[in-house]
Design a protein around this ligand. Structure first.
Ligand code: NAG
Ligand code: NAG
Ligand code: NAG
Ligand code: NAG
Ligand code: NAG
Ligand code: NAG
Ligand code: NAG
Length: 607
């Protein structure tokens, strides 16, 4: 495949021969250009290294056509330390003659090197940095690396498909950074990495689909591991076991479906976990048992639909939680309990509605939360309890929700609020909303608020700031209002029962009815719904929904709630509790007698 020369030529001038402490002696060899300590011999179409390179200068030999290096041209450069021969035609690690032993940095990117041979590297006894990126290397073998002082090894963008276990063993006492991004590695053999000083390992953009347990054993000092864009589908239990110092794990752009403690096992120091752009739909209840130091968790662009009360248990040091662009529609009452250090919670572009519309303090316990992002959800109304507990909040983003109503006290306890983002053109501009324009101006939030009315008809499309206060009146009530609440009841196992719920509205917009049990929608509920004109009160329609439960089991126990919605919003009834008792059958009566003074008691034994 031809290399894209044009792109490479646009690289910045990082391709230099570097001689520290140079004294800029000698004339400038043609056709190089010299200026002070810099001798630029790059992009000169050279096929040989120029003779008599000035001693002690900074030189650039990149972007030429060297197939090899004529070593005698370098012999006199006793203080040569850094050699950059990028973008040439080298097919092997070049022989640089006696000066090799002093070289600490050798950069050979964008050549045609196709193997790494021990005998080619041996002369570089003081080499600390070796960059072989953008070459044609296809395998790493036991015979590749002799003992060197190498600290930084970069072999990105080659064609490596196989790595022999032990390939890096001779670098174990020095290597700190190893980059193998953009290769074709599909499996990491057991005992591949025994590098006790390695701090950073990069394996992004390979083809590693599965990681077995104990794969990274032998890397006790590793601080960060990059495994993005591999298409990883399975992380076996103990996949990262042994990485006891690891702080940052990047697994973005893979195909993971679940977070479990099995694969997180042993990551005791982990501070940042990046799982964006996977297919995660489940966080197992005890997932974080071993990761209690976590401070940043990125789960954006996944498939999470539920945040259960156990989803984040144990993450008391978590500072940033990013769950944007998922499908979250269910948030358990205590989903965020225990996140006592959390400062940023990003829930943008999900399907959240009733958490804010109906729940009592979904966010309670988040005492330190400063930033809450709920942009792009399905929130239509905000009750006064929606944000209770968020006393430290400074930044609240509710933009891109078609919000219709906001109760008066909703933001009152947020004494530190500095930014409130709101843009909606769906507001129901009635007496209940009268407080909003004034409150927004008093708090200087106008710059972040773009709010206009959808109802009543005469105000449609008008900004709330352009409507005079006495126009916010309650002539009608288009949003459903619950008039009959379902009642708490107890039933005998096997019996039939029903819950009844009604709501009234002055609007003729179509109503939809739903029932929830323990906050979750009942999808196959047996319901009867009907509408009738309210007896008194003229033209007001009342709507009733009846939920029928037949042959009840203990599993039917729970809290039932109706949700009645129309174009103007949803109303949530109280939660009515159902208890189910076992059948009470008196097959025979046996009596056991207790004799007290002057009294004989018969105590019935039930069967
Ligand atoms: C290596 O560097 C030392 C110290 O600068 C110098 O004395 C020696 O000549 C150099 N070796 C070679 C082979 O250039
Ligand atoms: C890479 O090496 C292979 C042989 O291993 C060779 O066929 C191919 O032409 C080389 N590619 C480049 C760009 O040098
Ligand atoms: C690695 O080091 C061992 C022990 O020093 C040596 O025997 C072996 O030849 C080295 N490997 C390479 C490829 O040089
Ligand atoms: C992820 O998995 C799905 C199905 O399991 C597959 O269709 C998709 O191509 C995979 N994506 C990647 C990036 O491997
Ligand atoms: C709210 O703002 C976003 C951009 O920030 C825009 O895409 C969206 O259409 C706006 N929504 C409304 C209702 O104005
Ligand atoms: C407010 O939102 C409307 C659409 O709902 C849009 O046309 C208008 O440009 C927005 N104004 C500002 C200042 O963002
Ligand atoms: C419950 O309803 C079912 C179905 O309508 C009916 O067959 C059954 O007799 C009822 N059970 C009781 C105890 O009324």
């Amino acid at each position: 495949m031809p290399r894209p020369r044009a792109t490479l030529a646009a690289l910045p001038l990082l391709l230099l021969l570097l001689v520290p402490g140079g004294r800029g002696a000698g004339r400038c060899p043609a056709p190089c250009r010299c200026a002070g300590h810099l001798v630029a011999c790059s992009r000169r179409e050279l096929s040989r290294v120029p003779e008599r390179l000035p001693r002690g200068a900074v030189q650039d030999l990149s972007h030429n056509r060297f197939y090899s290096v004529n070593t005698n041209s370098l012999d006199h450069l006793h203080s040569l330390r850094e050699v950059k021969l990028n973008n040439n035609e080298l097919e092997a690690i070049p022989n640089l003659g006696p000066v090799s032993t002093n070289i600490t940095l050798l950069s050979l990117t964008s050549n045609k090197i196709f193997n790494i041979l021990s005998e080619h590297l041996k002369p570089f006894q003081n080499l600390e940095t070796l960059d072989l990126s953008n070459n044609n290397i296809s395998e790493l073998k036991m015979s590749s690396f002799p003992s060197l002082q190498l600290k930084y090894l970069y072999i990105n963008s080659n064609r490596i498909t196989s790595m022999e276990p032990g390939s890096f063993d001779n670098l174990s006492s020095t290597l700190q950074v190893l980059k193998l991004n953009r290769n074709k590695i599909s499996a990491i053999p057991q005992k591949m990495f025994k590098l006790s000083h390695l701090q950073h390992l990069e394996l992004s953009r390979n083809k590693i689909k599965k990681i077995d347990g104990l794969t990274f054993q032998g890397l006790p000092a590793l601080k960060s591991l990059k495994l993005q864009r591999n298409g990883v589908t399975r992380l076996m239990d103990g996949a990262f076991w042994g990485l006891t110092s690891m702080e940052v794990l990047q697994l973005d752009h893979n195909n993971l479906t679940e977070v479990t403690k099995g694969w997180l096992y042993g990551l005791l120091m982990l501070q940042q976990l990046h799982l964006s752009q996977n297919a995660i739909s489940r966080i197992s209840p005890d997932a974080w048992e071993f990761c209690q130091k976590l401070s940043e968790l990125d789960l954006t662009f996944n498939h999470l639909a539920r945040l259960d009360d156990s989803s984040f248990v144990g993450l008391s040091l978590l500072v940033g939680l990013y769950i944007g662009n998922n499908k979250v529609n269910y948030i358990a009452d205590c989903a965020f309990r225990g996140l006592s250090s959390l400062q940023t919670l990003d829930l943008k572009n999900n399907e959240i509605s009733w958490t804010i519309e109906d729940m009592n303090g979904a966010f309670s316990g988040l005492d330190k939360l400063k930033k809450l992002i709920l942009q792009g959800n399905r929130i239509r109304s905000i009750t006064k309890k929606a944000f209770s507990g968020l006393d430290a909040l400074e930044h609240l983003d509710l933009s891109n929700n078609a919000i219709m109503s906001v109760q008066g006290n909703a933001f009152l306890q947020m004494k530190k609020l500095k930014e409130l983002h709101l843009n909606t053109s769906s507001l129901l501009c009635d007496c209940q909303l009268k407080w909003l324009p004034q409150w927004v101006s008093e708090n200087n939030f106008q710059n972040f608020v773009n709010a206009s009315c959808a109802h009543p008809q005469p105000l449609k499309g008008r900004s709330i700031f352009a409507v005079s206060l006495d126009t916010f009146v309650c002539d009608d009530f288009p949003k459903p209002q619950i008039t009959v609440q379902p009642e708490t009841q107890s039933a005998i196992k096997g019996s039939n029962l029903s819950f009844v719920c009604s709501a009234a509205s002055s609007s003729d917009s179509p109503m939809t009815f739903a029932w929830k049990k323990d906050n979750e929608l009942l999808h196959d509920a047996e319901m009867e719904n009907y509408a009738h004109l309210r007896a008194q009160g003229g033209e007001v329609m009342e709507y009733t929904t009846i939920l029928r439960l037949r042959n009840v089991e203990f599993s039917n126990e729970g809290k039932y709630q109706c949700v009645i919605s129309n174009h103007f919003g949803s109303s949530y009834s109280v939660k009515a509790k159902l208890t189910v008792n076992s059948k009470y059958v008196l097959t025979f009566v046996s009596c056991h007698f207790v004799t007290l003074p002057n009294l004989i008691l018969c105590i019935l034994d039930h069967v």
